[in-house]
Design a protein around this ligand. Structure first.
Ligand code: ASP
Ligand code: MG
Length: 421
């Protein structure tokens, strides 16, 4: 049995949905579960809608109308009219949100977010399942919230693996004998049957959870790139596809910020030795990238860029050393302010970190740090991580840059840089 995952870009329009059906129709190996995200940029739109509703802005209704029109237009074009029952099914899903929007928000904003934003996945999977059935691929729509069980940390649901595993084993396996299953990425349910989400871009993680609990042969993530590339084409003209990667390298690359797969995806697969294939839905016959336990004897250097970095340097006010006690205070403050350290370096009397520049959070952190330390910071920087670096690769990215901080381990080099003036 296999798991396929299709992201928003693969189902952004009618051609995308048809292409998905073509890929599925080529699959001849038996049982298949398909995880699908919200269509195109709908999650962003639904986030906007949530924000407008929370602020009780007049724009909420027009934003929601955009969401509705997008889906209704797509259904009409796909099914050549409104006769397919999926039209009413989707309309009914939207009515639930209409009701929610009628009342003033009096609940935890994160809870409200999850109830609204999750419908992107609910309606996209309804449409995809209906289309597969229309093309004579016997398909069952399954509500992932009945299987992926989480606690009630809204927007960042923590998966209850035992319960999830039990439910999938008990109810889902037999359904897979008879149908192809289409279900949602990104969403889960609490023990009180409320909807949660697993964090942005979390559909890959959902697919890995299903793969793990079903002991799948493999998970294939279908993307608009040929596989895992050694750099984001946004930053690099010449990129190359990496044909094979170890779980270890994949986890390191995603940890450092490679966005091709969600960082949480690898662990469940690695734990069960399930291979992950990253392939292009635009070239379904091409082989893509295989992520497995084998390491590549000749690894390709990979480059990961993060812009909008702030470099914060922290000095004890009295010139005392940066020792364990200071460090533990410093880390505690980062933890409290929910700021993730991207890279760090210390010397006798200074400790420097690079973090994503979130103005609001950083201002608060710096205020808290300043009661004990002298704090200096620099903004508008880039962090470049090179996995399997050599001097040539460092020189390549450092052209016309000043390097403010450089950290090297055996396989990884990280540099915080800014443009030379
Ligand atoms: N639709 C969600 C998002 O855009 C989940 C996903 O695409 O993985 O964040
Ligand atoms: Mg998405």
């Amino acid at each position: 049995m296999d798991i396929f995952k299709f992201g928003g870009a693969s189902v952004k329009d009618v051609e995308g949905v048809k292409n998905l059906a073509n890929i599925v129709s080529e699959y001849k190996k038996g049982e298949l579960l398909i995880v699908v995200s919200a269509m195109g940029k709908m999650t962003n739109k639904l986030e906007e809608l949530t924000q407008a509703y929370l602020l009780q802005s007049d724009t909420a209704h027009s934003i929601f109308d955009e969401v509705k029109h997008f889906h209704f237009n797509l259904i009409e074009e796909l099914f050549k009219g409104t006769n397919n029952p999926v039209y009413d099914d989707v309309a009914n899903t939207f009515v639930e949100i209409d009701w929610l929007l009628e009342d003033e928000p009096d609940n935890d904003p994160d809870y409200i977010y999850d109830q609204i934003v999750s419908i992107g996945e609910v309606v996209s999977t309804k449409i995809v399942a209906a289309w597969l059935n229309e093309t004579n691929i016997k398909t069952l729509w399954v509500d992932a919230r009945n299987y992926i069980q989480t606690d009630n940390t809204y927007r960042e649901g923590k998966v209850d693996w035992d319960k999830t595993n039990q439910l999938i084993q008990r109810d889902l396996i037999s359904l897979l004998h008879q149908n192809i299953i289409v279900t949602q990425g990104f969403i889960g349910g609490t023990s009180e049957n409320y909807t949660t989400t697993l964090g942005r871009e979390g559909s890959d993680y959902s697919a890995a959870i299903f793969a793990s609990c079903l002991n799948a042969n493999a998970l294939t993530i279908w993307k608009d790139v040929p596989g895992v590339l050694n750099a984001d084409p946004k930053w690099f003209d010449e990129t190359e596809k990496i044909p094979q990667l170890s779980y270890h390298d994949a986890i390191e690359l995603t940890y450092y910020g490679a966005t091709v797969i969600h960082p949480k995806t690898i662990k469940p697969l690695q734990n069960k030795g399930i291979p992950l294939f990253v392939r292009s839905f635009l070239q379904p016959e091409a082989s893509g990238t295989a992520i497995t336990k084998e390491s590549n004897p000749l690894p390709v250097p990979s480059f990961i860029f993060k812009i909008n970095q702030a470099l914060i340097s922290i000095f004890p006010k009295d010139y005392s050393f940066i020792i364990e006690e200071n460090l533990s205070n410093i880390f505690e403050l980062f933890h409290q302010h929910k700021i993730k350290i991207n890279t760090m370096l210390n010397s006798a009397i200074s400790f420097s970190v690079s973090v994503d520049d979130n103005e609001e959070k950083i201002t608060k952190l710096i205020a808290a740090l300043s009661t004990q330390f002298t704090v200096k910071y620099n903004k508008g920087l880039e962090l470049v991580t090179i996995r399997y670096y050599n001097q040539q690769t460092i020189d390549r990215v450092a052209v016309n840059k000043d390097i403010l901080l450089e950290v090297k381990s055996r396989h990884t080099c990280q540099m915080v840089m800014k443009n030379k003036v």
